[in-house]
Design a protein around this ligand. Structure first.
Ligand SMILES: [Zn+2]
Length: 422
């Protein structure tokens, strides 16, 4: 039972921690990296059974990742992120196998065998290469410090404590049963409920790294990103915007909660954590690169798909915050304003329909507006009674998206509108 629970706990850690994987090993140090690179340190598969078990689980998770439907196999994006990870990993680059996942949550993770995942929800929320470099450096910090292996020992200790507590409760129940035969059922039920709570608490407590480990990883990520030439303020800026996004939630409970690095893990981003990074950045002074333009160029082809995924989380307040952040430099406004319209249309709050119409119309002023913006704009015009305008917008939509799945339906609408016109 203990071994099984341990396996479950470790599997959960691996599956939900801040971790990530790659398809192809990152080969060698990045060309052009400054200074001599230290010789690569490749962590060997451990021989101790407990640690080897953790590696086996990581290998298993990596096989799943390789076959996952959400795996993003775009060669250009993968090459860009491998290069970025390598620059931050420096001498540990050869150990990292990076997998990019199309999943709309802020998450990254790195398992002890080098299997690393980075999720699209994180890529969409990093404003520039320096912020992405900080998060990758943070994960490499957990990796080089072997935090997951340390956590495994902690889990085992807590599991043992939980077992002892379970046995004490069991003995108490048995004692009670002897003393009071009529209440056997009730008491043993109570005992087993209590011991389940103990087990659940044990597992819950290992869903993430400890606060000290998080602070360590922040510091190590900060140092690695600076070493690779990035702006020291990036880490604090990224955590700050995550906190702001939490505050922008539609859900009052989410707004009151602490910001976490992912939906599952216990990686609270606190004011203390941000203040420490601010302090470290102030000590370094503002120097280093952000590389906003090339970062946006790398993720630009995926903005539409990732924003569509983000809307499936159904927290439109957060999606709108994210869209506004992505649009603050006036780039990609055709795509961004279209998805802003989608967020309002789907939220259906008071005034949202009018806001959606305005956003669709604004999207059309930009050459990168998706074809769907014309369709939604047409529907908006129809609501105002402008049938001719709606027909023209629907026709533009079909001309721009000849293979549209809803072509037959839109053609029917056009025919009906034409027939109804005086
Ligand atoms: Zn962490």
């Amino acid at each position: 039972m203990t071994a099984r629970l341990l396996a479950v706990a470790l599997a959960v850690m691996l599956a939900s921690g801040e971790v990530a994987l790659a398809q192809t090993p990152i080969a060698g140090p990045t060309p052009g990296a400054s200074g001599p690179s230290p010789p690569p340190v490749v962590s060997a598969r451990p021989t101790a059974p407990e640690e080897a078990g953790l590696w086996d689980l990581a290998d298993e998770s990596e096989r799943d990742a390789r076959n996952a439907a959400e795996l993003n196999t775009d060669p250009a994006l993968n090459a860009y992120l491998r290069d970025l990870a390598c620059r931050v990993a420096a001498g540990r680059c050869a150990e990292i196998r990076l997998y990019v996942m199309n999943r709309p949550f802020f998450n990254a993770m790195m398992a002890p065998n080098g299997y690393t995942e980075i999720w699209s929800g994180l890529l969409l929320r990093a404003d520039n290469e320096a912020e992405a470099a900080f998060v990758i450096g943070h994960e490499i910090g957990h990796f080089t410090e072997q935090h997951s292996i340390v956590m495994q020992d902690v889990i085992q200790d807590r599991m043992t404590a939980a077992m002892v507590a379970g046995m004490v409760l069991g003995a108490a129940a048995a004692g009670a049963a002897v003393n009071s035969p009529n209440s056997v059922g009730a008491i043993s039920d109570a005992a087993s409920t209590l011991s389940n709570i103990v087990y659940l608490g044990t597992i819950a407590s290992v869903f993430g790294f400890s606060r000290d480990m998080e602070d360590d990883a922040d510091r190590l990520g900060f140092e690695r990103a600076i070493e690779a030439g990035y702006d020291p303020r990036a880490g604090a800026d990224l955590w700050r915007s995550l906190v702001e996004e939490t505050q922008a939630s539609d859900n009052p409970r989410t707004r009151r909660s602490i910001t976490r690095g992912s939906i599952f893990s216990t990686h609270p981003v606190t004011g203390d954590r941000i203040a420490r990074l601010d302090q470290m950045a102030a000590e370094r002074g503002a120097s280093g690169a952000l590389h906003q333009e090339r970062y946006r160029a790398a993720i630009r082809p995926f903005l539409g798909r990732w924003l569509r995924d983000d809307l499936r989380r159904r927290d439109y307040g957060q999606s709108l915050f994210l869209i506004a952040r992505l649009g603050r430099r006036g780039e990609d406004l055709g795509v961004l304003r279209y998805y802003e319209g989608e967020a309002y249309r789907l939220r259906r709050g008071e005034g949202d329909l009018a806001r959606a119409q305005e956003a669709y119309a604004a999207a059309l002023f930009h050459p990168d507006a998706p074809a769907e913006a014309h369709r939604e704009h047409g529907t908006a015009l129809l609501r105002t009674g402008d049938r001719a305008g709606a027909v023209a917008a629907y026709e533009t939509y079909l001309a721009l998206a000849p293979g549209a799945l809803d072509r037959a339906l839109v053609e029917q609408d056009i025919a009906a509108l034409r027939a109804a016109q005086p």
